[in-house]
Design a protein around this ligand. Structure first.
Ligand code: HEM
Ligand SMILES: [Cu+2]
Length: 623
């Protein structure tokens, strides 16, 4: 068959039409991934606006811009949105888009579940923001500590909306994690043995396993919470034998790994960018993989460092101090490997690499303040002060947002087919780096001077006024840098230079196909013989032959050596994932108002699932 004919028939098999129905039923991981990324950035915008509002209020002492009640909602919505609706979803969204391409397969495993996950995430996120606009916004902090979040001190529906939204987004996060694990272990291009998997995919694999272990803890906690609030259980009420500390243990058993669930994919992005712009394979590939795995493992042993001030036994506190410091070792190792890669390569300082250098600086600074907080006596002093706010923004923004921004510049040409402006990119970087440090560095000092966090105002006599003004100014600059990013992206989509398949000259498989990739990803499934296949095979990649072009066939491979083992059918588009997500949403929202919603909601979800899984004869049977 001629190449053009193969492409035409593959496009007819895998393509998504332009109509509304096609859009609502699509199961193409690239379309879902793109939506996911855009939605996550929408939520970043909302969370960023709430941060700017808080900083306007705190710019001067005794400001009357925002009252205490709204302020409580703002910091809760900010933290909740950043953590649950932006940071984790955006990393998974990049995984959904990139992992199948980097592995050389045609679609993610369980593509309908993937569509479902996206809708659930969207509806859950919209729900909590509608609640906020109707003045039932969550207001007990993103960690919702009981008893403050319990029925006694938080009457009304605010915390109920929060608790259900958590369960919602975690359903979606878990589903995506399962898809990524199965795609990585079963759908790699033949020959891509475990030691040839791109580092970003490794990081998504480790992260996905962590999601499967950590998220159930918070789903359990939020479900207990809503039961305490709505149907009179007493999980967290000490008067009836419950335990408020149970909340903190469940929450932080999830909450600390959560930080690494955000951070590890970011390190994967850093690895890809460092390799691409040093123009050499990663120094210490094996060490980097082992570091990912050990960070993933160790992060489950640190949660109690968030609870030092709760009066734990001494031995326990020492153990968690030691393990918190231990995790610095694999993190340091990763940084050494990246520096060695740059050092021994021929680095090109394009925008993505600038953001990675910014990441090195900010993340190391955040790690140092983290070491300080891991020491119990210092933590007693600094607990719930602005020092902590400075620390976690250094780690979260330096550790995740800067690599993410680099990743946007790096993969934008692949996703859209167009290049972003390098000049605007440099301006964006300079503004972001300056704005960030102006906004967050002085917070360390404010914390040492005793300014508590989660306060909506402070007195002039405290002398915190001028540093707060500086902080707010920095926050505005930092926010402005995102306007530069948005303008750059919009201009690039409209009239950026055409990118071509591999504009940076990189070695991994996603660059072996068109930009943007065609619906079927690869005309012929590649066979991998090297860690950087496009660098090793200068002529052309070896490929798998004999895969159907009129059926959605993918190659299934063995988990360790990636030997081709069988052909699998990948599901067709379907409306049921969307209908199931709507049914789930109705059931969840209903349960905020009546426990009976669990019963009738279960019934409509069951109907939708029956539709989803109704057996249909496959084309195979017809033949
Ligand atoms: C434009 C950049 C940002 C600014 C100006 C900003 C500012 C703030 C402020 C003023 C607070 C309240 C501190 C307090 O009173 O305790 C806060 C809390 C918080 N921020 Fe940010 N932030 C930004 C970005 C981020 C990002 C990217 C993340 C996560 C990925 C994040 C996560 C959090 C969390 C988890 C809290 C704690 C909320 C709570 O106490 O319930 N922030 N931020
Ligand atoms: Cu922690």
């Amino acid at each position: 068959m001629a190449d053009a004919e193969v492409r035409r028939r593959l496009a007819a098999t895998w393509g998504t039409g332009a109509g509304l129905w096609d859009r609502l039923t699509t199961v193409d991981h690239k379309i879902v991934g793109r939506r996911y990324i855009l939605t996550a950035f929408l939520f970043l915008g909302l969370a960023g606006l709430s941060a700017v509002a808080m900083r306007l209020q705190l710019a001067r002492p005794e400001s009357r811009l925002i009252g205490p009640d709204l302020y409580n909602q703002l910091f809760t919505m900010h933290g909740t949105t950043m953590m649950f609706l932006f940071a984790v979803p955006v990393m998974e969204a990049f995984g959904v888009y990139l992992v199948p391409l980097m592995l050389g397969t045609r679609n993610i495993a369980f593509p309908r579940l993937n569509a479902f996950s996206y809708w659930v995430y969207l509806f859950g996120g919209l729900m909590i923001w509608f609640a906020f606009m109707l003045n039932v916004g969550a207001d007990a902090g993103w960690f919702a500590y009981v008893p403050l979040a319990g029925p006694e001190y938080s009457p009304g529906k605010r915390v109920d909306f929060w608790a259900q939204m958590i369960t919602f987004t975690e359903v979606s996060a878990q589903a995506v994690a399962v898809e990524i694990i199965v795609t990585t272990l079963k759908q790699r291009a033949p020959g891509m043995s475990l030691d040839r998997i791109p580092l970003f995919v490794w990081s998504m694999l480790v992260t996905s396993v962590m999601i499967c272990l950590a998220m159930p803890a918070v789903m359990l906690a939020s479900t207990f919470l809503i039961m305490d609030r709505l149907i009179g259980t007493q999980f967290f009420n000490p008067a009836e034998g419950g335990q408020p500390l149970l909340w903190q243990h469940l929450f932080w058993f999830f909450g600390h790994p959560e930080v690494y669930i955000i951070f590890l994919p970011a390190t994967g992005m850093v690895s890809q960018i460092v390799v691409a712009f040093s123009r050499r394979p990663a120094f210490g590939y094996l060490a980097l993989v082992l570091a990912l795995v050990s960070v993933g493992f160790l992060s489950f042993g640190l949660w109690v460092h968030h609870m030092f001030a709760t009066g734990l036994p001494q031995l326990g506190a020492s153990f968690f101090t030691a393990s918190s410091m231990l995790i610095g070792i694999p993190n340091g190792l990763q940084i050494f490997c990246w520096i060695a890669t740059l050092w021994t390569g021929r680095p090109v300082f394009a925008t993505p690499l600038l953001f990675v250098l910014g990441f090195f600086f900010i993340f190391v600074a955040g790690g140092l303040s983290g070491l300080m907080l891991a020491s119990v006596p210092l933590d007693f002093q600094l607990h719930d002060s602005y020092f902590v706010v400075a620390h976690f923004h250094y780690v979260l923004i330096g550790g995740a947002v800067f690599p993410l921004l680099g990743a946007i510049y790096y993969w934008f040409p692949k996703i859209t087919g167009r290049m972003m402006s390098e000049r605007a990119g440099r301006w964006h970087f300079a503004l972001a780096f300056l704005g960030f440090n102006l906004a967050f560095f002085p917070m360390h000092v404010l914390g040492l001077q005793g300014m508590p966090r989660r306060v909506y105002t402070y007195l002039p006599e405290t002398g915190w006024g001028s540093l707060n003004l500086l902080v707010s100014f920095g926050a505005l600059l930092f926010a402005l840098s995102f306007v530069v990013l948005a303008a750059n992206a919009v201009a690039a989509v409209r009239r950026g230079a055409l990118a071509g398949p591999n504009p940076w000259g990189v070695g991994t498989l996603e660059w072996a196909t068109g930009s943007p990739p065609p619906a079927y990803n690869f005309e012929r499934i590649p066979v991998v013989t090297h860690r950087e296949p496009l660098w090793a095979e200068r002529e052309s990649l070896p490929v798998v032959v004999g895969l159907a072009v009129d059926d959605r066939e993918v190659v299934a491979t063995s988990p360790v050596e990636a030997k081709a083992s069988l052909r699998e059918m990948s599901p067709e588009p379907s409306i049921w994932p969307l209908l199931s997500a709507i049914a789930t949403t109705i059931a969840f929202i209903g349960s905020i108002f009546t426990p009976w919603a669990v019963v009738w909601g279960g019934a409509i979800v069951a109907v939708a699932l029956i539709g989803w899984f109704w057996p249909k004869g496959s084309r195979e049977d017809e033949r």
